[in-house]
Design a protein around this ligand. Structure first.
Ligand code: ADP
Ligand code: MG
Length: 277
């Protein structure tokens, strides 16, 4: 058989393929907008109880979105769905226009650029701040491999940049175990930054922090927005007010209200279920 792949054929084949792909994306519900994350009609049931109930929410590029809501509203479940820990019964979850997160494993979701900070720090106490960042740089490479390999100049510069962002320059050679609670949390955020995530998910970042640490954490999260999209789940209303641009209020597994902090605080439904409580 004669292979006759003239450029015109190649182009038309590529166009046909692109059309097919876009049609497939449409069918699967990809929003094809300019956003970073789209949850659409997501439902998660635990023994018939809906922790998420037809939840629809999006995150824009570079924005800092605060998600608030009473205990049991579904905030942590939402994070679990985005990171692949929990699979929804219904709905779609897209990362940008191309990546269907429901088709990916947890490690794959980290690979495509989603970092999650849990409340409990997972830093290595016996390593220095610098070494913890070095380890985070390696990602899934083994521990010993990391320390056997020499850092490139670019690696060092990246670690230095993260030390500066997190305000930990002076603690660079201190063992992580010697850090104050707030500093440990910032190191943990720094470790996530080493992987240069497009989207950062942060669950209750200021729990247990002093007022000073809380303020510094707000500054840090604000400084990350723009270069990263950041979703912060938080109970501390004062803190949310100090950093929030857009706020989504979750209640019974769905978005009850969305807008500026002033808008949602004035919303009678929000006052009833949350702020007035
Ligand atoms: P939030 O983080 O907003 O406090 P969660 O997402 O942790 O809320 O929980 C939402 C609801 O789902 C709660 O009623 C909780 O008890 C329930 N829930 C969460 N995880 C599970 C689970 N693994 N099994 C059963 N119920 C769960
Ligand atoms: Mg929670």
């Amino acid at each position: 058989m004669k292979m006759d792949l003239r450029p015109a054929d190649a182009v038309s084949r590529r166009d046909a393929w692109r059309e097919k792909r876009e049609a497939a994306l449409q069918r699967q519900g990809s929003p094809l907008g300019g956003g970073v994350l789209y949850l659409q009609h997501v439902t998660v049931s635990f023994d018939g109880f809906k922790a998420l109930d037809d939840l629809t929410l999006h995150v824009d590029p570079g924005e800092l979105l605060c998600v608030i809501g009473p205990n049991g509203a579904g905030k942590t479940t939402m994070m679990d769905v985005i990171t692949g820990k929990t699979r929804p019964d219904e709905g779609t979850v897209w990362f940008g226009n191309q990546i269907n997160l429901l088709a990916l494993s947890e490690p794959e979701i980290v690979q495509v650029g989603i970092g999650r900070k849990f409340q409990k720090p997972t830093v290595f106490d016996f390593l220095t701040v610098f070494e913890n960042l070095e380890l985070a740089l390696a990602g899934d490479k083994s521990f010993w491999h990391t320390f056997a390999a020499r850092l490139t100049r670019a690696d060092r510069e990246r670690i230095d940049a993260v030390l500066e962002t997190t305000g930990l320059e002076a603690k660079r050679d201190a063992p992580a175990g010697a850090l104050a609670h707030g500093q440990k949390q910032w190191l943990e955020i720094g470790m996530l930054l080493m992987q240069e995530p497009k989207l950062l998910l942060v669950d209750e970042p200021v729990a247990g922090m002093t007022p000073q640490e809380t303020e510094r954490t707000g500054e840090l999260l604000l400084s990350l927005a723009g270069r990263h999209s950041v979703v912060v789940v938080e109970h501390d209303m004062e803190f949310v007010r100090s950093i929030a641009n857009r706020v989504a209020v979750l209640h019974e597994g769905r978005v009850l209200a969305e807008g500026s902090m002033d808008d949602v605080q004035e919303d009678p439904r929000v006052i009833e279920v949350y702020l007035g409580a």
